[in-house]
Design a protein around this ligand. Structure first.
Ligand SMILES: Nc1ncnc2c1ncn2[C@@H]1O[C@H](COP(=O)(O)OP(=O)(O)OP(=O)(O)O)[C@@H](O)[C@H]1O
Ligand SMILES: [Mg+2]
Length: 352
């Protein structure tokens, strides 16, 4: 069993506290993804698991061992960074085997492990090349291969794909998913990328300012966010938010030009709320005229209509195909009541 448990971990750099007591349980074999805005502490938390940053308070447990004060090399983890950090003068095979060589493993063992990693990552044709003769994607595969060769119980990835172009990212994302299926090891993966988080994770951890906002399976976070931050962070394009006021059994939403009767426990009348509407749940009504089309973007499979609401607020509607309305046209917006989220405007907490 090599799950990872963080017990109330805190990180301070001098006087500055950047991780504020995080509790988290990652199960054996799970693919756990950390997401959150830049500077929220994703890398710091990952480096605390790796042992590359000292944990100021709390404990880090890997498997059954408290590793809080252990060296990185004793923790049974291997980390893959955004910058591949390969040795330029070594071949692919030497780069992958270097860690084992340093720890005095016999040549034959190293050769076998490198061959195995090379098979998994389809690196056989490149084993004798040096890194500079490889593409970005191939270099990142070598960096991942180096981690595999070490046979860690836990793989740690810090934005491993962000230096790659869009097409290669998709390819590598699929490879990492395959790698996880094949090896079955626990993986913790930091990313900015929505799609990577949604598709790779068994469990997503949404972080903000050094605290966990919500933990859950990707589709649970998407369907059932606990607060406005998670609602806006998960999903692309982001959830639209329109200001609303609670009335008697309904919410009046100037940005829609009407009242919504939603099936949630409404607080007292007069209370300010934010109404969350995902672009993909809204549809344009060509016969309506409450909203003005400011701009449309056709991406091929889908199109986005950017609208200005009667309140002056802006919102995006996603349509299948290449629906195109001229800028300046007036349209209505259809809202599915069962997919409407309400958030308290003061606490940002979800009203259910
Ligand atoms: N060595 C350090 N000394 C002081 N502050 C640091 C140090 N390393 C990180 N920080 C601060 O800790 C916070 C979290 O940084 P971290 O690198 O973990 O963010 P991140 O979520 O990985 O961001 P990004 O998405 O930009 O990589 C930031 O405010 C950062 O400035
Ligand atoms: Mg980072």
């Amino acid at each position: 069993m090599t799950g990872v448990i963080l017990n109330n971990v805190v990180k301070r750099f001098g006087d500055v506290q950047v991780i504020h007591g995080v509790d988290l349980e990652i199960e054996d074999g799970e693919f756990c993804v950390f997401v959150g805005p830049s500077g929220c502490g994703k890398s710091t938390l990952l480096r605390m698991v790796a042992g590359l940053e000292e944990t100021t308070e709390g404990t880090v447990v890997i498997g059954a061992r408290d590793v809080t004060r252990m060296d990185p090399s004793e923790r049974g983890v291997a980390m893959v960074f955004q910058t591949y950090a390969l040795y330029p003068h070594m071949t692919v095979a030497e780069n992958m085997g270097f860690g084992l060589k340093m720890t005095g493993h016999p040549k034959e063992t190293i050769r076998e492990k490198v061959a195995e990693a090379s098979r998994i990552l389809k690196l056989d044709p490149y084993l004798d090349r040096r890194p500079k003769a490889l593409s970005g994607g191939q270099r990142q595969r070598v960096a991942i291969g180096r981690a595999i060769v070490r046979g860690p119980e836990v793989f740690l990835f810090d934005e491993p794909l962000s230096n790659l172009d869009a097409e290669l990212r998709v390819e590598m994302r699929v490879e990492i998913a395959r790698l996880h299926r094949e090896i079955g090891a626990t993986m913790i993966y930091v990313t900015h990328d929505q799609t990577e988080a949604m598709t790779l994770a068994n469990k997503i951890v949404v972080l903000r300012d050094g605290r966990i906002e919500q933990v859950g399976r990707p589709m649970d976070l998407y369907r059932d966010p606990d607060n406005k931050f998670v609602g806006g962070f998960i999903g692309s394009p982001s959830m639209n938010f329109l200001a609303g006021t609670v009335g008697a059994g309904h919410v009046s939403v100037p940005g829609l030009g009407r009242d919504l009767t939603v099936s949630v426990n409404l607080p007292e009348a007069g209370r300010a709320v934010n109404v969350g509407l995902r672009p993909e749940h809204l549809t344009l009504d060509p016969n309506g005229e409450s909203h003005v089309v400011e701009l449309t973007e056709a991406l091929g499979g889908v199109s986005y209509a950017h609208l200005v609401a009667p309140s002056g607020e802006r919102l995006i509607v996603e349509e299948r195909g290449d629906f195109r309305t001229d800028a300046g046209a007036r349209v209505g917006v259809d809202v599915p009541l069962d997919k409407t989220f309400l958030f308290d405007a003061q606490t940002d907490l979800r009203l259910r």
